[in-house]
Design a binder for this molecule. Structure first.
Ligand code: ZN
Length: 70
């Protein structure tokens, strides 16, 4: 989720609503906004995905099996 705002001079800003980081400011086109948003690697999302993954592992009935270590 991103929050886009427009400046008085017509340029755009976009901010990530997950980590509240400003991803782009004073960008000229919506295409560039989209590009910046696509490239944003959200630390908050990465964290929540990691937590979700750990929960999924905990809920896995096979999780009692020994893990394979290389
Ligand atoms: Zn983010």
């Amino acid at each position: 989720m991103y929050s886009r705002t427009q400046n008085d001079n017509g340029s755009y800003n976009t901010r990530c609503l997950d980590c509240f980081m400003t991803i782009a400011s004073s960008v000229e086109t919506e295409e560039e906004l989209f590009e910046r948003e696509t490239k944003h690697v959200c630390p908050e999302k990465a964290l929540s995905e990691l937590l979700a993954m750990e929960k999924a592992i905990d809920a896995d009935p096979d999780s009692g099996n020994p893990r394979h270590l290389n």
